[in-house]
Design a protein around this ligand. Structure first.
Ligand code: ATP
Ligand code: MG
Length: 449
């Protein structure tokens, strides 16, 4: 549409005739005049049919919410008493001269005009295509766009090479049952749970790599923080001296993303009433055993000796660290070696604990990573102990046979981060088209959220 002006630019055209195009957002009849707001991807503006244009008043009477219009109008300053300083374009309005109807809309199933109108999440997802038109919902995905863009930007700045990880895999990287099997001609294959093994192969050739890719987890339960299809922000780096190099890179990556969100999404954060979590110049780092001791001392709950943290532990340690240091983030490392995947590096002094780590924030895990085993023989030993079939990961093992430097990496879930950064209650709000046990666009079951 060549003659179209975006709504955000209207203020530069005061006193002039322009053409805008968009959706009818809110409609008000007021005595002799008709008002409605028009919305395009850049903003909103109030349009008015004045009594001096009787034909326009007549035409606007039939117009309904969400109709798509092209409007020719005159950009006027609003009378002083009608100025709304809080709103973009709150000091101007468009006097309607001509309306072309581009598309009509059926009557709406609920009141869309109340901005930020909150349906129950189940109903929101049942009406996804309409709900996506709401400003607050769009704000969530604009923040998510920044998260993913900034991850990519930071990686490239640090000489990480972007590669495309495959989705169809012959074996599972993480082990466990949470995997979708697919019929692959007359054979079995799996949807990837993680690009882990491919990252490590790529690192053996490119030194540093990252990928932004879909991963799939057949999560059998319906929690507020798990989906079955997510965007994984994955990084892997070699020539490290210690797992702490990986931790520091993960920390700086998250710090950069947070800064970019603050810089680029100020209006969205405001709209969603969200504040970016506090990251200190050095995020506190604790071993799993220290975490368990702290929980014992502070909450008198004995989880010492547990092999991993559970959701309550994660909430409690975040609360303790926040109180003690002001940090919203905490790194936890040193998990029991046998409880984690075969490729995680065991600590040299205490081989029963590994150099795997998690980054927690606001009570939930955001990121996992750590150092990996790079020595072929040690890796092969683990393959045996973990009872894996070396044939199934032949390509991976082959890379390590021919020299791989000390290396490690991490993975961050884009939806998890979006949810936690924005303080959303359910991860489904942070996925445009969420997949879970009960939903693939259409409902598979009757459970609500
Ligand atoms: P959790 O313990 O929270 O179930 P995990 O340890 O199984 O997560 P990892 O394999 O460590 O997950 O994956 C790395 C990151 O990917 C997680 O820290 C999280 O941000 C994200 N993630 C993993 N699984 C899911 C999922 N099912 N839904 C949403 N995000 C996920
Ligand atoms: Mg994890």
């Amino acid at each position: 549409m060549k003659d179209r002006i975006y709504i955000k630019d209207l203020k530069e055209h005061v006193g002039k005739e322009v053409t805008i195009a968009g959706w009818v957002n809110v409609r008000r009849n007021q005595g002799k005049m008709v008002f409605f707001d028009m919305r395009d991807m850049t903003g909103r503006v109030q349009c008015v049919a004045l009594p001096s244009h009787a034909d326009m008043i007549e035409q606007t009477k039939e117009i309904r919410l969400e109709w798509v219009l092209k409007i020719r109008g005159l950009v006027n300053k609003r009378p002083d008493k009608n100025i709304n300083a809080e709103m973009v374009n709150g000091d101007i309005e468009l006097e309607i001269l001509k309306i072309e109807i581009l598309s009509e809309a059926a009557p709406l199933p609920f009141d869309m005009s109340l901005d930020g109108y909150n349906l129950e999440l189940t109903a929101e997802l049942d009406n996804r295509s309409l709900i996506l038109r709401q400003q607050k919902v769009q704000a969530i995905f604009k923040v998510q766009e920044t998260i993913i863009d900034s991850f990519r930007e930071f990686m490239k700045k640090n000489m990480f090479f972007e590669f495309q990880a495959p989705v169809i895999t012959p074996a599972t990287a993480e082990g466990g049952a949470e995997v979708f099997q697919v019929n692959y001609f007359d054979k079995k294959a799996y949807l990837t749970q993680s690009p882990q093994l491919y990252k490590q192969i790529v690192v053996s050739a490119f030194e540093r790599c990252f990928s932004v890719n879909k991963i799939f987890r057949a999560e059998p339960s319906s929690t507020t923080r798990h989906l079955t299809e997510i965007v994984s922000l994955d990084a892997e780096m070699s020539f490290i001296d210690s797992w702490t190099d990986v931790r520091d890179m993960a920390e700086e990556t998250v710090r950069f993303i947070l800064k970019q969100v603050e810089k680029k999404n100020g209006e969205h954060l405001k709209l969603l009433n969200a504040t970016v979590p506090v990251m200190l110049s050095k995020t506190p780092t604790l071993t799993l055993r220290e975490v368990q001791q702290k929980i014992f001392e502070r909450f008198d709950r004995d989880v010492r000796g547990d092999k991993d943290t559970n959701p309550q532990d994660e909430r409690e340690i975040c609360e303790i660290i926040k109180e003690e240091t002001g940090s919203d983030f905490v790194f936890v490392y040193g998990y029991p070696t046998r409880k984690k995947p075969f490729y995680v590096y065991p600590n040299a002094e205490e081989p029963e604990y590994n150099e795997g780590m998690d980054l927690l924030c606001r009570g939930i895990e955001w990121l996992s990573g750590g150092r990996r085993i790079n020595d072929y023989n040690q890796l092969m030993k683990h393959v045996e102990i973990w009872k894996m079939d070396p044939e199934k990961i032949k390509m991976f093992m082959e890379a390590f046979k021919y020299g791989v430097p000390p290396e490690g990496g991490f993975a961050l879930g884009a939806e998890r981060m979006t949810m936690q950064l924005l303080g959303l209650k359910n991860i489904r709000e942070a996925a445009m088209f969420p997949r879970d046990m009960n939903r693939i666009d259409e409902r598979l079951g009757n459970e609500g959220y």
